[in-house]
Each structure stands twice: as C-alpha cells, then as structure tokens.
Ligand binder design. Structure first.
Ligand code: BG6
Length: 488
C-alpha cells in the first residue's frame, strides 16, 4: 500500500446516504481509509437521507457493498468499530423538517472541527440543500461541500446551481468531483507530461497526427437506466470525464501544480474547443444506442428494454473534436465512449506523425509512426510503440515493438481507489483535483452546442449490438480522415 499520511479529524455529512453512490462508493471508501489508519478516531460520519431508519438498519444497508460476505473476521471486527462512528439521521435535504435540528445538534458538538457536506443527491436540489445548510447555520468557516457530477444538465442550470451553492460556500470550499481526476493513472498524466523532458518538445501539431480518447464500458445502464435516460453518454461521460482527460492531455504546462494554476490551464483548453454548428456536428459526431446482444458471454438486453420504453438517448458517442489554438491546430481529438461495448477499456492514444524522410528500403518492412498508449484502466500502464531492427543477420527487417511500463509489474503496491483519494483530498483542502466553477460552465457551453445540433436533427441515432465496438458509423468517422480506431 502507498505511504499513508493521516489526515486531520473531520465530520462528514453524507446526504443521499441510502442511495447507490453512497453505498457503493462513499461508505466503502471511508471504511477503507479507516482500516488503513488514515482517518483519525475522533472523526464522525453522519449519514443522512429522507427515510426514518435506525442506526442498526442503516448499518446493515451500508455493509452490503462495504463488507464482502467473505471478509475475514479481522475485517468484520474493523467494520464493527467503524460503524460506531457512523450515525444515521433522517433529514429531508431540500426541505425543512425536524431532521435538520437533530443534524445541527450533532454538528454543534464540535463547532471548530473540519466539516464536510457530501451532496450525493440529484443536482436539481443542490441549491436548496445548501440553502438549508445556511439557514441552520451549519456552514461554519471550516465547512466544505462536495458536489457530484453532473453539475446541472446544461450551461444555464449549471450556472444556477453554482450561484445557489456560491451563496452559502466560498469557491475555495466547493469541491466539484469528477472521479476520473482521482484515478492514479489520470494523475500520472501531469507527471508523464511535465516531469519528463522527452515528451513536451514533440507534444504539439508539428509531431502529433491525432489523439484518441476512449472510455468503453462493458456494463449497460442496468438499474441506473432511470437517471441515465435523462443524461445519455454525452452528459454522463463526455461533458465531465472525457473533457477533463482531454484537458490534461492538451493543456499548456502550468507554472506550478498549485490548484488554480492547473485549473486555469485546463480552462483555456475548454475555451479553445471548437463550438460546433449543426452542420459540423452532423459530420463530426456519431450517436449510438445498444440493442440486444451478447456481452461477457451472456445475453444482454437492449437499452430500450432496460428503460422500458422507446428512447432516443445515446449510450454511445464518438466525436471528432478540435482545439483551436497554436499547439493543436489541425490535430483532431477523437473522443469515444459507450456502454455495453466489447470490453471495458479506458485509454488515451497519442498518434505521432511519420518520420519526415524515410531512408529504409521498402522491402525491410512497413514503417509505422510512433504511438504512445496510456492505459487508464484496466491493466494500467504506458506503452510507447517504436520502430526497431529485428535482431539478427540478413539485412534490415523492421519491427514495431512496445517500450512497456506496466503498473502491475513495475509498482508492487496497491493504491486507493478514486473516491478514497478524492475524499482525503477534500480533507486536505487540495482543490487541484476538483473542477472549478468556470471549468464546468465552459464544458457545458461546448456540450450545449452539441445538444442543440442533435435537437436540430443533425445526428440521428445508430444502433449497435451489445458486446460490440459501437455503431459501424463510428469507424467511418475516422475512415473519412484515413485513420482508424486503435485497439491497443
Ligand atoms: C460515472 C458515470 O461517472 O462513471 C457512469 O455516471 C459510469 O455511467 C462511470 O459507469 C464509469 O466510471 P469508472 O470509474 O468505472 O470508469
């Protein structure tokens, strides 16, 4: 396990504590940090949701995902210890109700302690919830709030949410989570780019042909179909996770790793993204939706069957994006994400240009341009494809082989998952791993134009069978540019 630095004691109030996110991700994350000794014993977790539940009933609900049946006796004992620090209070987050007084009573026991509110709630009630936090005087000088993505469903709603939250909390107390920024391999992007002399001089339109960013999932919308059908792949994945990845790949070197230095550079990239007209979107975007198929060796239902109605929501999107600045002029960024794809795979591929002058005989083999493959998950690693001479006599024979850095082979350690890391980053006040208000709004501006183009009928839905690489049309998107998706 990576080196542990304990954080200061804190109280965390998890709104939406009976929901999927809290049970699957947040409580397990807090439990794991607790087990590793990173969370001091005087910290408290206050789980809050609408229902009236006893602490025992909540503890059972929380254990479902945090504690595997097969957990060792020692682990189970740790859970019993951990759950003593978890208290459940029934509170109507966006209402008044007596629950708020009970919450206040609890929090007031430690008025000077670092206090964190995690809003694992629908974004439409972020504003109202913060208003209630303010009304009950819970927003002390040491209070912080965590907002889950998506912040709103468009630029306008995001602005309203940001303004309402901003009434109660100052910007440096607002932590907008994009859990991709908590992934080890995503954090490594900055180090890869800015702690190695080798890459930066060629990290531009002179040497790079194009960039591919793929976040493919093998799972379908499943039990989240209700939420997902209102969001779709564009709002659920592209507006946040994929654009954040694009920013980290495309941004200029910040003056330091200080939060606002990094965020300012990311913002410039978002502002330089070409806003598409309907006509441009028509040729630069492919929307897809999965039909029934075989995924992971099992029959998988069609998305519409999961939703239970005909729906126009996209479960796949591929986009040819462009960044209008000196560094990236003419370099397409192909973005692709989808559910129920052939396999789970997130990666960034930087495709370099061919050498300017080829001195090798054609019969020695095919010259291929360098390719840098950054695998975010699974099998985290970095691979640089290089041309080499196949060893041995008999003249020059070319071989295209990888310089391979596999995390599993190189680093003999486990590391905390994204939510564990981000929760600890909030306690430390490390804003660099979270999105600033202007970043979120700039990402929505670009996304809104895409949605508008879709509303104008620019991008009809193309179907794909579950368990495949998405609609055929996505292949044509690159084919037209005489390029192809790499299956690294
Ligand atoms: C979430 C999306 O933000 O990210 C989900 O809402 C998606 O739809 C998930 O499945 C993917 O995250 P990860 O960490 O599994 O790649």
């Amino acid at each position: 396990m990576a080196e542990l630095v304990p954080v200061e004691p804190f109280d965390i109030v998890v709104f939406g504590a009976t929901g999927d996110l809290a049970r699957r991700k947040l409580l397990p994350a807090l439990f794991h940090r607790w087990c590793d000794g990173q969370i001091p014993g005087s910290s408290r977790i206050i789980a809050v949701a609408r229902d009236a539940l006893s602490d025992e009933a909540f503890s059972k609900l929380a254990a479902e995902f945090a504690l595997a049946d097969s957990a060792s006796a020692a682990r189970k004992a740790r859970w019993t210890e951990f759950i003593q620090h978890v208290q459940y209070i029934g509170v109507e987050a966006d209402g008044a109700g007596p629950g708020w007084d009970a919450l206040k009573l609890q929090l007031d026991e430690c008025p000077d302690k670092l206090r964190i509110f995690y809003l694992a709630l629908p974004p439409s009630i972020y504003g109202k919830t913060c208003e209630s936090i303010g009304k009950h005087g819970l927003n002390t000088a040491r209070a912080r709030v965590i907002l889950e993505k998506p912040i709103g469903h468009d630029f306008h709603s995001a602005r309203l949410i940001n303004a309402a939250v901003g009434e109660i909390f100052p910007e440096d107390a607002i932590f907008r989570i994009d859990h991709y920024l908590g992934k080890e391999t995503v954090q490594n992007l900055l180090i890869l780019r800015f702690a190695n002399m080798l890459l930066e001089p060629v990290w531009n339109a002179i040497a790079i042909d194009h960039v591919q960013i793929t976040v493919a999932e093998s799972l379908g919308a499943g039990s989240r179909a209700g939420y997902y059908d209102r969001a779709g792949a564009l709002r659920d994945m592209v507006q946040n996770h994929i654009l954040q990845l694009l920013c980290l790949v495309a941004m200029e070197p910040p003056a330091s790793l200080e939060a606002d230095e990094v965020r300012a550079e990311k913002l410039k990239v978002l502002r330089a993204l070409r806003i598409m007209t309907a006509e441009q979107a028509g040729s630069a975007i492919v929307r897809g939706q999965y039909e029934a198929g075989v995924s992971g060796g099992k029959e998988a239902p069609a998305y519409a069957d999961e939703v239970g109605a005909d729906t126009d929501t996209e479960t796949f999107v591929a986009i040819r994006a462009e960044i209008e600045n000196w560094r990236w002029a003419g370099v397409p960024f192909y973005l692709r994400t989808g559910k129920r794809m052939r396999r789970r795979r997130s990666e960034i591929i930087i495709q370099f240009k061919p050498v300017p002058h080829d001195i090798i005989n054609a019969d020695s083999g095919i010259m291929q341009p360098n390719r840098l493959i950054i695998r975010l998950q699974p099998d985290e690693g970095v691979k640089l494809m290089m041309m080499t001479k196949d060893p041995g006599p008999g003249g020059v024979r070319l071989r295209y082989v990888p310089l391979n850095l596999s995390y599993a082979e190189t680093f003999d350690k486990n590391y905390p998952d994204a939510y564990e890391r981000l929760l600890m980053a909030v306690v430390r006040g490390n804003l660099g791993l979270f999105m600033r208000r202007d970043e979120v709004e700039a990402a929505w501006r670009w996304t809104d134009a895409v949605v508008q183009a879709w509303r104008d009928g620019a991008c009809p839905l193309h179907f794909y069978a579950a368990g495949t690489d998405g609609p055929e049309r996505a292949t044509t998107l690159l084919g037209r540019d005489e390029r192809e998706w790499f299956d690294a």
